[in-house]
Design a protein around this ligand. Structure first.
Ligand code: SAM
Length: 283
């Protein structure tokens, strides 16, 4: 077991800094203070981080640490930290290690007894989730689906039964294909929300079911996007007779009994004859 207060003593500590996902005003005063006090900035992309830091008049030497050199870069960063140098790591946007490099660096630091601390800030997944209107009590972060359609569909078919809200990152050139694969896997009536261009001038939340989202003109889906997907409907195993009767009473208030039965069968995956028998018992 290792246990040590992060800000007591002089043992080495790596800072992980969250950077803005669009609006630069989200770069926190604490991030600026930490960066002003360190010796090196380790970054996914030194040009990108260089231009962010220059906006805040911060000039520091960089160490490149991206997905293709994370292992060697971690060795270098760890040896500098052990020499007493102060270092912070940042990826291109949002939190390092969240669909970005950093996970390996953090694991290596922990293996080597180096403390790690996070300077909080923007994150696309949580920003989209909290604005989606979908349940936030339990959620599952998936990140990027595989780009190959057959692998993407395989993943989605495993996810269709998850009973927590799901969060996906997606690139604009794949959004249309991904929405269609999601409709296929989760069903057209599953609710979802696309959070687009978060924190930027053209920020937008598009809420609807997959039937509606698949009708969107792909030309209007540009920029960076997060897809939030509602949890799976309660499975038929878990719906009690009383719950089905409640649904029947509610739905038949404003639709024909035949339609109410079909809706329950489709949305909740309950066998049609079970719903029909329960309908007969309350008729
Ligand atoms: N590390 C980042 C974080 O903490 O959110 C995520 C980096 S990942 C490489 C980039 C993906 O995050 C994009 O393809 C998009 O799905 C999502 N993303 C990043 N910025 C966004 C924004 N401003 N609006 C919507 N989605 C965004």
């Amino acid at each position: 077991m290792d246990r040590e207060l992060n800000f007591k003593g002089n043992s080495p500590l790596l800072y992980l800094i969250s950077t803005p996902i669009g609006n630069l005003d989200e770069f926190s005063p604490r991030a600026i203070e930490v960066l002003n006090g360190i010796d090196f900035v380790a970054a996914e992309d030194t040009r990108n981080s260089g231009s962010l830091l220059s906006k805040f008049n911060i000039k520091k030497p960089f160490i490149m640490c991206h997905e293709h050199n994370e292992e060697e870069a971690s060795t270098k960063i760890i040896s500098l930290l052990k020499e007493g140098k102060k270092i912070a790591y940042m990826s291109d946007a949002g939190y390092p290690a969240i669909s970005d490099p950093g996970e390996r660096l953090v694991a290596r630091c922990i293996e080597e007894g180096i403390k790690v601390s996070c300077v909080n800030g923007s994150n696309a997944a949580l920003c989209a989730l909290v604005c989606s209107g979908l349940p936030t009590n339990h959620f599952y972060f998936y990140g990027f689906l595989p780009s190959k359609p057959s692998e993407r569909e395989k993943e989605l078919s495993k996810l269709k039964v998850r009973e927590d809200t799901m969060i996906f990152y997606e690139a604009p050139h794949r959004i249309d294909a991904t929405l269609k694969s999601m409709k296929e896997a989760f069903g057209g009536s599953r609710r979802a929300c696309i959070g687009r261009e978060l924190t930027k001038a053209f920020e937008e939340f598009i809420r609807g079911d997959f039937n509606a989202l698949c009708e969107l003109d792909p030309e209007t889906l540009k920029g960076e996007m997060v897809i939030i997907v509602d949890k799976a409907p309660q499975s038929s195993k878990e719906l009690s007779d009383d719950e089905i009767v409640e649904l029947l009473k509610e739905y038949t208030k404003d639709m024909r009994s035949k339609d109410a039965i079909s809706k329950i069968v489709k949305e909740k995956g309950v066998a049609k004859n079970r719903v029909y028998d329960l309908y007969l018992s309350i008729k």
